[in-house]
Design a protein around this ligand. Sequence first.
Ligand code: AKB
Length: 332
Amino acid sequence: MFYTIYEFLKMSETILIIGACGQIGTELTQKLRSVYGNNSIIASDIREGNEDMMHSGPFEIIDATDRETIIKVIEKYKITQVYLMAAMLSATAEKYPQKAWELNMNSLLIVLDLAKEKLIKQVYWPSSIAAFGPTSPKVNTPQQTVMEPTTVYGISKIAGEHWCNYYHQKFGVDVRSIRYPGIISWKTKPGGGTTDYAVDIYFKAIEEGKYECFLEEDTRLPMMYMEDAVNATIQIMQADEKEVKTRTSYNLAAMSFTPKEIASEIKKHIPNFEISYKSDFRQAIANSWPQVIDDSQARKDWNWQHKFDLESMTNEMLINIKKQQEGVLPSM
Ligand code: AKB
């Protein structure tokens, strides 16, 4: 009897998502449930999620730093893979450095240890462009280069990348990771990041026709539409083990733009839209990050390809936010 790859995956994997109610976790959970079947995807977070999250499949309350609860849930559902999506992002981490370090690091070390002890087979852990710093090349930032981050979040990401590599080299742990750029979505709002302006701007454009940006007009940063980010995440986890040659984390790119450029794209749809600029502490964070990422390694190793650019993403964002406001689509 022959099975399609999806039927085979559905039969063989049971996945725990820790931090399922965050910006990426929410949409990743939906997508994984559609690929593997609702009951194979166990969503978890420190608090309950939206209606769809709670009713479309199993959900458990998990504090990502609580090893015992994580073990109980892994045993209860016979989990094979963990996607560890819980993290404190760049802007919030600058305010609560100790908490950020504890959450971002302890949760990773717990999950890597459980994989080392063979309680689970595979781990996904997200890194970020924040792992780079002011001394990294800003344009076409290579996969391997100088990495001296100057933010708490960035320090946790570069340390985490090396822990992943260490557990892979030393104990054979199958851990896979992507350095996400800023992620943009109309379904779930981000919280506490430096790239969050690129989501808020669309909502404010429709709701108020104007937006005050906390970054300066020429601040160029790498960005990606959520659909691409979710697809990349699942793609790297499904890739053949031999194809995943980098076990720190892969550069991943789709587009790079400035606040001025996204505003002029929005103006094509909303001609009266106005943007003003009042930068705050997040400007220094953005200034320390790359502007354009070279992701040729991911494209070569596991055939990564993005779908959305600034123009197609802006279309999607504006159409869907309008539908949300008309009550045709559920709001955030
Ligand atoms: C942030 O702005 O902190 C995140 C990131 C780039 O990792 N979106």
